[in-house]
Design a protein around this ligand. Sequence first.
Ligand code: BDP
Length: 584
Amino acid sequence: MLYPKLNAYRELVGLDGIYRFAPNREDRASGDCWPDGLPVNALELAVPGSWNEQLRDLHEFHGEGWYERDFYVPASWGERCVFLRIGSTAGNARVWVDGCLLGEHIGPHLPFEFELKGGLKSPGAHRLTIAVDNTLRWMSLPPGQARRDEDRAGFGLGCPDVPYDFFPYGGIHRSVQLYAVNRDHISDLSVRTSLDAGSGHIEIAGKIRTRETGLRMRVEAGAYGVESSVEGGTVEAKLTIPSVRPWCPADPHLYKCVCTLVDESGTVADEYVLQIGVRTVEVRGNELLLNGEPIFLHGFGKHEDFPILGKAWAPAVAIRDYDLMRWIGANSFRTSHYPYAEEMLDMADRLGFLVIDETPFVSLSERVYTDACREQACAVIRELIERDRNHPSVILWSLANEPYIESDAGERFFREMAACAREADPSRPVMYVAHESPQQNRGAECFDLIGVNKYFGWYHETGDIDGSLHKLTDILTAFHLQVNGPVLLAEFGADAVAGLHSDPPVLFSEEYQADTICKQYQHVRNLPWLIGTHVWNFADFKTAQTINRVGGNKKGVFTRDRQPKLAAHTLRQLWNDTDAKPTR
Ligand code: BDP
């Protein structure tokens, strides 16, 4: 799905701002709620935004929230096609315009759009209503609710009882936009790149919505260009760039590629600009290769999380995060544990960060290994890949975090997810992030590589960093042997309360966190099949209330408001010191 862009042929109206809001506290059916208008005493909430921290009464509200605002369709849009696009909601969403149901979207973190037709796009005022259902459900993807005896994947016993370790914020988390295009327009573009003997090859496959024949698409990247005809609503274009500048962290060069749709008379119907990074990524043997060269990942698992904003897309926070990741010397991060905002990936493309793009499938266990959930999971994987496949920064698809895969059904579920990702995108390696041991990860060998989360010195061998170093190597080796391929240490670290100091280092002190990270990193970095280490976490973040979380998870090397702890300075030294880098 193309990200909406404003240009001479595409118009855009932003619908972010303050919305009217009503929580459906009695769990009423939607028909009994407010598609025809919110109550007069409706509250007010910001979009993008999570509702839980804007209004104190909504902190523990995890249900269906109703948003409403007015908008205007400009008279100048005439007969153009008009779409309403929602960047993401925190759960299932249903959307009405003027009381007419446009449709629904299942699942959080991914964009969706609906076309407005007939009277719904007539010039003038209209009413937009969006119901976001963030109900925590036992059976959903990801599972929203824990506290059942058979639920092994559990951070449960908290308030609310979610089987994962981050706060289940509700809300409309990304931008709402209205855009208009001509009747003949580009509806999708998908990019593949390859390199050979100094040249770069760009292949673009387009979908064109048209009722006409004789349309052509021109593709121009600087001095290089090609024109292809549209056949049956699709078009393909191939460009070669001699002496190409391959995209990489040290030189994240993007080729501005202008795709122009023209009709038989030469009139331009549409234009869409892609920023293309020409690069390859593959797993060969025990290595992860970017443009044919082995690459070692230094970085973090992150969260979309900030005080009051919750999980809302917030450009200022993103800019600060990238600034800090550059300062510290990171080259990569994982979008743990769900797809992040598209704008975040655009920035990674420009700044040269390598991104492991993760699905929202966190803490899966036996109960969801059903045919219905597998179909839904595959649909989400396809949606994610369709959204993010054109980003050079995205180098790996991570299909899950910390599942338990012990049964035949679980193994089949994961094999089919891997097959689905490979079919949707044969150009990127596929992984997932495991914990526990290979026995709880049946079928891991059908992935190209595996991420492993391990907290020695913290959850295991508590307080004993030195004594547990060999256990860390042992378990990483066991996973390496299982997949017969590369391993990423995808999470390691310790909680540290900013300002708590201790000599000798003890749990929760800044010194203990810095020591854990430093010693474990130095111990594993030269394992020949290890392709990187990601510290958990970039910054402290909000979780459900539980007795082992004092004001949230404190494993950030930055505080929640992005101030460095001791570990941040330690990592900066380690990652910028060439002697401390892996020797390869
Ligand atoms: C890992 C999870 C991560 C948690 C982390 C922790 O992948 O979401 O936040 O543990 O406990 O198991 O800090």
